[in-house]
Design a protein around this ligand. Structure first.
Ligand code: CA
Length: 226
């Protein structure tokens, strides 16, 4: 499978140039011209690496990075036009893996991409199908089946189920689930988790007569295999 790179950059000519070079190098390339679209595409989990311009309309590059890091550890290289120490420090602090100052030689960008990809954990680590008790969740196609029958879940329900399956056998507190699945500071409103567990039980446990998500009183939730 080709390595997929997303370019979030509003300067169209520049983005097209980078896209051409990366495609020539054998990468599959996606493009977004503003921060909001870029964030959505980056969050999809379809990309192995993100090239993120700092100066973007709508949502700034820093803000995109900050939000992306709530849910994703995909490698990010910041593209900055200003050779300022502040930008670099702020970028690396917010979870960028590297930065490169424009204008740059394409060879330098390619070298940094290779380095960051080498250091990164296996590309799209969640591409394996997760399963328990007849429930199968495919992160790549975002499909859930129970004993082969497709189940229609909302994005949040899917993300919650995925997180529970990824941590099969581990009891997860509501706080941990909120932090990892919702990613926001909910000011202690952890009952959002209970509500979504109920939704999932309504669509899976009750329909298929299984006990998938177990409540551990006073602690949280767990999916076990037995
Ligand atoms: Ca820009």
């Amino acid at each position: 499978m080709k390595t997929r790179i997303l370019i979030i950059e509003d300067e169209e000519k520049f983005a097209r140039f980078v896209e051409m070079e990366l495609t020539y190098e054998g990468y599959e390339v996606g493009k977004a011209q503003d921060g909001r679209t870029g964030l959505e595409m980056a969050e999809s989990g379809d990309y192995d690496l993100i090239l993120l311009d700092v100066m973007l309309p709508g949502l700034s590059g820093m803000e995109v990075l900050r939000r992306l890091r709530r849910t994703s550890s995909v490698p990010v290289i910041m593209l900055t036009a200003r050779d300022s120490v502040m930008d670099k420090v702020a970028g690396l602090d917010s979870g960028a893996d590297d930065y490169i100052t424009k204008p740059f030689a394409i060879e330098e960008l390619l070298a940094r991409i290779r380095t960051v990809l080498r250091k990164a954990p296996p590309a799209r680590p969640n591409d394996n199908v997760l399963a328990a008790k007849g429930v199968e969740l495919d992160p790549a196609s975002r499909q859930v089946t129970v004993r082969g029958t497709p189940v229609d879940l909302t994005k949040r329900e899917f993300d919650l189920l995925q997180f529970l399956l990824e941590n099969k056998g581990i009891v997860l507190s509501r706080e941990t689930i909120l932090e990892k699945v919702w990613g926001f500071d909910f000011e202690g409103e952890t009952n959002a988790v209970d509500v979504y567990v109920r939704f999932l039980r309504g669509k899976i446990d009750e329909v298929f007569g299984i006990k998938l998500i177990l409540t551990i009183r006073g602690v949280g939730y767990v999916i076990r295999d037995e």
